[in-house]
Design a binder for this molecule. Structure first.
Ligand SMILES: NC(=O)c1ccc[n+]([C@@H]2O[C@H](COP(=O)([O-])OP(=O)(O)OC[C@H]3O[C@@H](n4cnc5c(N)ncnc54)[C@H](O)[C@@H]3O)[C@@H](O)[C@H]2O)c1
Length: 361
């Protein structure tokens, strides 16, 4: 993810209404070949295996941290205590208690903190958000929000840190993909009030990459059957996170159905927005979307959007909000939202354990 972010900075000239320009000046990684890649970025002057050396660098204002989940709490809090602003990665700590400690450190130090979640910057996601807040959907009947991939269907793929509870967290796929499923519902104020979780494990062991096998213990798929409260009504909402979804490479999706209208968007067909119109006859209207980004770019309005584009938009939002220049555009996931996701994950683990519906506080 570090390299993905660096490449978004490298083509910052694509943005036409953003007057903040990031410059990558330092990177820290334990692995030399990873550090070496960053030598292609001319502004990068510090290449270290010691992140504390990076934190001591006065040229660094903002630190983006993408490390395994067991390291989030320590490194995020060290960043904040070093007086730097933080762009955190999800899930914002290995578990709820870690997320709360990171939250407190943000409050205590007064630094600017946001959490990475890029999919809501897709034009289709922005249109879904507009539809949900337009008042034109009538009474909301149902919400589905999720993220599916199939990277873990291949049983011969070697285990990495995401396969073990000790490094990925007991929350497993919830921590890995949950922010993607929860971000828009939370931004809309649709936090689950109650939920029932179905969590599922994948392969119990995988090659360890050294000729042996490693025991894998994390949840790979999660279906959270929730209730939420929308304008005084209890509404069913399903949050889906899957690392073993046959046929899916990386599909973020949302569907909001109301009595008078509805909206459906899936990055599997990134140009396609479906809008429902009720009435005597009912229609699902298919619209081809163009490059309708929150932050304007040199790219013509008819062209297609991709993952690197939304990563760049997310950074534009982070940096502009940090300068107080968001001006009503969509902002990155807040620390409150990040802690909110972890509250959902903790309730899901409890539900899985007790096989009961769990009420969220
Ligand atoms: N927003 C997204 O779409 C997205 C996608 C993938 C991963 N992520 C998140 O990014 C984070 C990292 O995931 P990843 O897939 O990039 O993992 P990764 O294993 O590919 O990369 C992690 C990097 O951290 C380095 N590292 C580990 N310990 C370190 C330390 N003490 N100091 C410096 N560097 C250290 C490793 O050497 C490695 O290069 C996780 O929180 C994950 O959930 C987000």
């Amino acid at each position: 993810m570090g390299r993905e972010m660096a490449s978004a900075f490298a083509r910052w000239c694509a943005l036409t209404d953003v007057d903040v320009k990031p410059e990558l000046v330092a990177i820290a990684d334990l692995v030399e070949p990873v550090r070496e890649w960053f030598r292609c970025i001319p502004s990068c002057q510090q290449f270290t295996d010691d992140y504390k050396a990076l934190l001591a660098n006065p040229a660094v204002d903002v630190v983006y941290v993408a490390v395994p989940h067991n390291l989030h709490q320590q490194i995020y809090i060290d960043v904040l205590e070093a007086g730097k602003d933080l762009f955190a990665e999800k899930p914002y700590g290995i578990e709820l208690s870690a997320a709360k400690k990171i939250f407190e450190a943000g409050q205590r130090t007064g630094r600017f903190v946001r959490c990475s979640s890029e999919f809501p910057f897709f034009p289709g996601a922005q249109r879904a958000l507009q539809a949900a807040t337009s008042g034109k959907l009538g009474r909301i009947l149902q919400v589905v929000s999720g993220f599916h991939h199939s990277s873990d269907l291949d049983a011969t793929k070697a285990a990495n840190w995401k396969r073990f509870s000790r490094t990925c967290g007991e929350i497993g796929v919830l921590g890995d993909l949950g922010m993607h499923a929860c971000h828009l519902p939370l931004r809309l104020g649709w936090k689950p009030t109650r939920l029932f979780a179905q969590l599922q494990k994948g392969y119990p062991e995988r090659p360890d990459g050294k000729g042996g096998m490693a025991a894998c213990d994390t949840w790979d798929n999660a279906m959270l059957h929730c209730w939420t409260n929308i304008e005084g009504q209890e509404v069913p909402m399903r949050l889906e996170m899957k690392r073993m979804a046959p046929g899916e490479t990386n599909s973020w999706f949302i569907e909001i159905l109301g009595t008078e209208g509805g909206v459906r968007y899936n990055t599997k067909e990134p140009k396609t927005l479906w809008l429902f119109e009720g009435g005597k006859e009912q229609y699902w209207k298919r619209t081809d979307l163009g490059f309708g980004m929150p932050f304007k770019t040199v790219t013509g309005g008819i062209f297609e959007v991709g993952f690197p584009d939304v990563i760049q938009q997310m950074w534009a939002a982070y940096l502009m909000e940090r300068e107080g220049k968001l001006n009503g555009r969509f902002g990155c996931a807040t620390p409150e939202e990040a802690v909110g996701t972890q509250e959902i994950f903790a309730a899901a683990l409890e539900s899985q354990k007790t096989q009961q519906v769990v009420t969220l506080k």
